[in-house]
Write a protein that binds this ligand. Structure first.
Ligand SMILES: *Cc1c(COP(=O)(O)O)cnc(C)c1O
Length: 344
């Protein structure tokens, strides 16, 4: 059983958070003289809603969850960092994750001086919950998994993730940044059943809003309260909140993008497989392909010379000689294939 209060760092449990003018009074009024704002240059003169209520209402409707189960951050990077800061005592606590996976977990752990224990995936990029649990001890506060995983592109087995959730008495973070490209696979519908589950999603991928920096964490109201307590008071600026509200009206557009990108993913995989220098295109549940090839570095450099940038992952464990290629527009994908054709 998880004891959230015991998991928390003492200084965070005892923290009296900053109380902003807008925390103390958030209703309608005729005259606001409480926050030392400039009365001119509306609407940017006003501090944004620290809890982003209007935006969360809309997201709650979209995701079929409650407003108090949502935290919004400056990209997913913010909740990742805040989780370390809330739960992991620098120099003492540790976290367990899979290898290879998204590089930000390591960076956030390093910044916070938290030991990171990596468990290598199987050759087929699956993971075994037991192996992660075996690496956890009484100082393990967080387990991070990423599904679909970056850079391996595969969904992780849901039954194994559930074993982690049931078998670990700390917090299990499931990063679902690419979940829109794997329809039906999100753990979000089960959020209410698991008090130690935190799900990360983002507007950076399927929604096409990487530029406005907006990430979501979904968890129990108790966990969300902790994140709210330690975040910067105005972490989501007015421009981002407004733009997100606008773009959320375009859900159909997003669904069309996702559908098209899934089709393009298959087409691109088919085209890539035909090249003699391609060893394997790994199955993908995301908007990118991991491609193993002879002389990946050479091909990477050739593409750079031709104005095409992909991600060289050949130094990453289990990704030897592999490039990570984002699925672009049909035109962009055609240019990539054309340039690779010139090689043969
Ligand atoms: C791209 C990505 C994110 C998104 O990060 P943001 O800070 O929200 O842009 C999160 N997790 C993984 C695994 C990613 O690949």
């Amino acid at each position: 059983m998880m004891n959230l209060d015991k998991l928390l760092r003492d200084n965070i449990r005892n923290l009296r958070p900053y109380s902003s003018a807008r925390d103390e009074f958030s209703g309608e009024a005729m005259v606001f003289l409480d926050a030392n704002e400039n009365p001119f240059n509306q609407p940017y003169n006003r501090y944004p809603d620290p809890l982003q209520r209007e935006l969360k209402e809309k997201i709650a409707g979209l995701k079929n969850c409650n407003v108090d189960q949502i935290f919004l951050g400056n990209g997913s990077d913010e909740p990742i960092d805040l989780l370390f800061r809330a739960f992991c005592e620098p120099g003492q606590d540790n976290m367990v994750t899979i290898d290879p996976t998204y590089g930000m977990y390591q960076v956030a752990a390093d910044i916070n001086n938290i030991e990171i224990r990596k468990v290598k995936l199987k050759e087929d990029y699956s993971f075994v919950a037991e192996e992660l649990l075996a690496r956890a001890d009484e100082r393990t506060k967080l387990v991070f998994v990423c599904s679909p995983n970056n850079p391996t592109a595969n969904l992780l087995d849901k039954a194994e993730i559930l074993k982690l959730i049931y078998g670990f008495d700390g917090l299990v973070v499931v990063d679902e940044a690419y979940i829109d490209f794997a329809p039906g696979a999100s753990l979000l519908p089960e959020l209410g059943q698991h008090e130690n589950l935190i799900i990360l999603q983002t507007f950076s991928k399927a929604w096409g809003m990487a530029g406005i920096r907006l990430g979501m964490a979904f968890a129990s109201p108790e966990i969300i309260r902790i994140l709210n307590k330690i975040k910067y008071p105005y972490n989501i600026n007015i421009l981002t909140q407004q733009k997100a509200l606008e773009l959320l009206e375009l859900e159909e557009e997003k669904n069309k993008w996702v559908e098209l990108l899934i089709e393009e993913r298959q087409k691109l995989a088919n085209s890539l497989e035909k090249f003699p220098f391609v060893v394997k295109v790994f199955p993908s549940d995301a908007n990118f392909l991991l491609v193993k090839m002879h002389d990946a570095r050479g091909i990477y450099e050739y593409l750079v010379e031709n104005g095409i940038i992909v991600r060289d992952r050949s130094k990453v464990v289990l990704c030897e000689d592999s490039l990570r290629i984002t699925v672009g527009s049909p035109e962009e994908n055609a240019i990539l294939i054309e340039k690779l054709n010139d090689l043969i």
